[in-house]
Write a protein that binds this ligand. Structure first.
Ligand SMILES: C[S@@+](CC[C@H](N)C(=O)[O-])C[C@H]1O[C@@H](n2cnc3c(N)ncnc32)[C@H](O)[C@@H]1O
Length: 430
């Protein structure tokens, strides 16, 4: 009989394959939409205006390809939802239990059927329709903020530090080897079956089936956490949905670009590095850089190693916090000022009003429930003094809608695990 580890590995590989193909399908579908809008803006904005105007043959082709791509995307998302449920169900099985053996067999059969269905529906095929009018090999490209083309990420290294960036880092006395070591450890942990099982169990214990709210479905590349079994916990976490704990990651190169492209943020980080150097050991200074929803520590480690800013990560999942603190303990030599990871709800644990100077807060709000986003925006607006900076993913928690309390001082588009062209905004408290 197939083992639990083998089954989880098998589902994981199939999920990865479908996700990378889905990314290309989505990029081409977006390109079709753009080209359609550009070719006949009046037809896409007002049907009445376009009466009598016949679509060109390119437009007809674009529409046809767009329909095919959207259909494939939807089928792929359905298949991914089913596969992630199979993976989560397998992860929480206990090896000693007889009932688990039966359940594992059943999950193996479900996986085989899901694979067959995906293959029959053409979801595993690399033949993805090109965007009419665009050259084939470029059709899956996306544009970054500078208008440069970057490849959609299909099985490439998700954490590239290219030679140009490496030169800049070395010139800034950044310990590139330690960044690579940390990233490798976090990626290994992501794949570790026991770590995934612990994560699935913890999410299950925190998730409420009623808390789905108005969240959109989880994007490709960001992994929904375990399905809920309806159990609740006495903590505030019991009011959150499973999507609230979705797992995703931001590459170091993206973090670096967000910091470097916003002068206010770059200045704040180097000021903080200097203050920490001069006042080593004062925890209050460490709170100058905070990550709300720090997961297994990615962004906090980037700041420590890349900017020499030791910060605090707040995270509701204890398994992530324990793992991140373990990494800190094992690399004290490389971290002149070790960061800190705190377990708990940001609404209860994190504070911005205790610092001697305005803090930088990085929010990982991509999949948070709407209630958490609103409460976080409320808390930041109430606590932050003028000058505080907040980095957010897209419109995120909605600081831009807080009656002029925040001004946008930076925007960068760069890849993350769930989106090759994620927008980041930096807001400053007015
Ligand atoms: C999208 S993930 C972070 C991904 C990653 N660090 C990145 O590169 O963006 C969001 C994290 O927020 C955490 N989280 C959700 N609600 C929280 C809360 N109320 N307090 C603290 N952390 C929370 C989740 O457990 C999850 O680890």
């Amino acid at each position: 009989m197939v083992s639990k580890d083998a089954l989880v590995k098998d589902v994981g590989a199939l999920i990865e394959r479908l996700q990378s193909l889905a990314q290309v399908v989505k990029d081409r579908s977006d390109a079709c939409k753009q080209d359609l809008a550009a070719s006949s803006p009046e037809r896409t904005t007002s049907a009445a205006d376009s009466e009598g105007a016949l679509p060109s043959s390119t437009e007809k082709k674009l529409r046809m390809v767009s329909r095919a791509l959207n259909g494939r995307l939807k089928d792929t998302m359905d298949a991914l939802t089913q596969l992630k449920r199979i993976a989560d169900d397998a992860l929480v099985l206990s090896p000693e239990d007889d009932a688990s053996a039966d359940r594992l067999r059943a999950l193996g059969a479900e996986l085989a059927l899901a694979r067959e269905n995906a293959s029959d529906a053409g979801l595993l095929s690399e033949k993805i329709p090109d965007v009419p009018g665009r050259a084939g090999p470029d059709a899956a490209d996306v544009h970054d903020a500078d208008g440069k083309r970057t490849r959609a990420r299909t099985g490439e290294d998700p954490d590239p530090i290219d030679p140009d960036l490496e030169r800049v880092l070395v010139a800034n006395a950044v310990d590139v080897k330690s960044i690579r070591d940390v990233v490798a450890r976090l990626r290994d942990n992501e794949r570790d079956v026991d770590a995934r099982a612990a994560l699935a169990r913890e999410v299950r214990s925190l998730t409420s089936p009623r808390a789905k709210e108005s969240n959109e479905s989880t994007p490709a590349g960001i992994e929904p956490a375990a399905a809920s079994d309806g159990s609740s916990s006495p903590t505030r976490g019991s009011s959150y949905s499973e999507d609230n704990f979705a797992y995703g990651s931001t590459p170091f190169a993206t973090f670096w670009r967000v910091v470097q492209e916003c002068p206010a943020l770059r200045g704040a980080m180097s000021r903080m590095a200097k203050v920490q150097q001069e006042n080593y050991g004062i925890f209050m200074n460490q709170r100058g850089f905070q990550v709300w929803g720090s997961s297994s520590g990615w962004l906090v480690f980037y700041a420590a190693l890349g900017c020499k800013v030791s910060g605090v990560g707040y995270e509701l999942l204890r398994c992530h916090v324990d793992f991140a603190n373990g990494v800190v303990m094992s690399m004290l030599n490389a971290l002149s000022k070790p960061p800190v990871f705190i377990h708990g709800d940001v609404l209860e644990q994190a504070d911005c009003d205790v610092m001697q100077f305005p803090p930088v807060v990085w929010l990982t709000s991509q999949c948070w429930d709407q209630s958490l986003k609103s409460a976080v925006a409320e808390k930041l607006t109430a606590q932050c003094e003028a000058g505080a900076l907040v980095v957010d993913y897209g419109e995120g928690v909605g600081l831009g809608d807080r009656g002029g309390a925040w001004e946008r001082v930076g925007t960068t588009t760069a890849p993350v695990s769930w989106n090759p062209a994620q927008t980041f905004h930096v807001y400053r408290r007015v």
